[in-house]
Design a protein around this ligand. Structure first.
Ligand code: PMP
Length: 445
């Protein structure tokens, strides 16, 4: 065990990583781990890619860093164009940042500045979902609907108006369409109560990530929110930090639903774990209004540096060249079938949901009533630890009172091959069998 001054988490000491290749990682004791969650849903091309390394080294040999207000750089401009193309030119302007939280902060500030530029400074509030996760910086935390993270800071953040999204697992309505219509009607009421002329925008993850366990919102809902934003004259902001750049089998999750947001942010998969980079895409008229009013009052030192952009460009080229969106859909279907088969075996697997290579598995104390496990039992941590023992990394989240049960994400690199999905499922099967056994013994205190 290493004596470490780092304080990232409570819980048992971590193994020390040695090296990684493809979907596998090894620790210094020689144990191997299949990366079933792409690190933090970020290492979308797997580990140790020579092509990304070569692109990064080639850029470093030319110039690693220039400041965005001093020079244009070929990789930044090329990556900007590439991102605009991926969204069919409808979002024509691009701003780079280095992380998902910075991306969400940027969207908050661009949207606010847009209404300021239009002479509508009374538009000051956002609407977002509970549960949701939009980042850990104070602005992004204000959009986040996840009580354990919000609690110490609620008096310090500029909190959005939180509304529930559709819940296709627990709703009591006659059918899914009726459920969505009711949720939309209640959302409309909340927006009307806040005063539509006070709203800047609606921030949402088109397919949920870690906070919701890949909860789907669906086309009817997303198109309904698009229509509400249009009616109330506010902006739709899609947080695709986790779902962007191919994770769900299309370049962006919005594209499953024929919904075009006004601002879209993405990050994790753009640098694919090789270099931190995020991007904000926005409609031309929004950016033009802001720039005409004196410019975007925002920026981060590392934003859009040549090395970051050369990395992002190499990542996008690799996804296109290797047809990884198709691989994501095919291996996603294989993974889904395997997860559903495992789910049938255990009453405590409440719900399996997702798209592409983003799958959430929700655990419940009682399959009939869909009652979550008591929070203090930390079931999410138990199953994650058991999976790790079996050599499988999955991404855990604790239960949220009255909203969702403990869950974990299975979201391997988009490069995963069929036999590796089999290995992932075998390791998960052993972890789930172990978890099933713990349910017959008293939970840890
Ligand atoms: N938005 C979403 C949807 C995310 O999943 C995350 C990261 N989990 C963030 C924002 C924040 O990104 P970062 O950790 O890179 O700041």
């Amino acid at each position: 065990m290493i004596d470490s001054p780092l304080f990232y988490q409570t819980g048992p000491a971590l193994p020390e990583v040695s090296h990684a290749d493809g979907v596998m990682l090894w620790d210094t004791q020689g144990k191997d781990y299949l990366d079933g969650c792409s690190g933090a849903i970020s290492c979308n091309l797997g580990h140790g890619r020579q092509d990304i390394r070569d692109a990064m080294l080639a850029q470093m040999d030319k110039v690693a860093f220039t400041y965005r207000t001093q020079f244009e750089s070929a990789p930044a401009v090329a990556l900007g164009h590439r991102l605009v193309e991926l969204f069919n030119d409808e979002l024509g302007k691009v701003f780079f940042i280095s992380s998902g939280s910075e991306a969400v902060e940027s969207a908050i500030k661009l949207a606010r500045q847009y209404f300021f530029a239009l002479g509508k400074p009374q538009r000051q509030r956002f609407v977002s979902l509970r549960p949701s996760y939009h980042g850990s910086t104070m602005g992004a935390l204000g959009m986040t609907g996840y009580q354990p993270l919000e609690a110490p800071f609620t008096s310090m953040t500029h909190a959005s108006i939180k509304v529930p999204g559709p819940d296709f697992y627990r709703h009591q309505d006659d059918n899914d369409d009726a459920h969505v219509d009711r949720v939309l009607a209640e959302t409309r009421e909340a927006m009307e109560a806040a005063g539509p002329e006070s709203l800047i925008g609606f921030v949402l993850e088109p397919i949920g990530g870690a906070s919701t366990g890949a909860r789907l919102l669906g086309k009817r809902y997303l198109q309904g929110i698009r229509a509400l934003c249009d009616e109330f004259g506010c902006l739709l902001i899609a947080d695709e930090v986790l779902t962007g750049i191919g994770r769900t089998g299309t370049w962006f999750a919005c594209q499953h639903y024929d919904v075009v947001p006004d601002i879209l942010v993405t990050a994790k998969g753009l640098g694919a774990g090789y270099y931190p980079i995020g991007a904000m895409l926005a409609r031309n008229h929004i950016v033009e209004a802001v720039m005409a009013s004196g410019g975007f009052q925002h920026g981060h030192t590392y934003a859009g540096n040549p090395l970051a952009c050369a990395t992002g460009l190499a990542v996008i080229e690799a996804i296109a060249r290797e047809n990884l969106l198709e691989n994501t859909r095919q291996r996603g279907a294989q993974l889904e079938a395997g997860l559903r088969k495992l789910a049938e075996r255990y009453d405590w697997v409440g719900h399996v949901r997702g798209a592409g290579l983003l799958w959430g598995v929700e655990l419940v104390a009682d399959g009939e009533s869909r009652q979550p496990f008591p929070a203090e039992q930390n079931r999410f941590a138990q199953i994650t630890a058991l999976a790790k023992q079996e050599g499988l990394l999955i991404y855990p989240r604790r239960t949220l009172d009255g909203i969702a049960g403990d869950h974990f994400l299975v979201c391997p690199p988009l490069t995963i091959q069929a036999h590796e999905v089999d290995t992932l499922l075998e390791r998960l099967e052993r972890a789930m069998a172990g978890f099933d056994q713990t349910l017959t013994t008293p939970p840890p205190s």
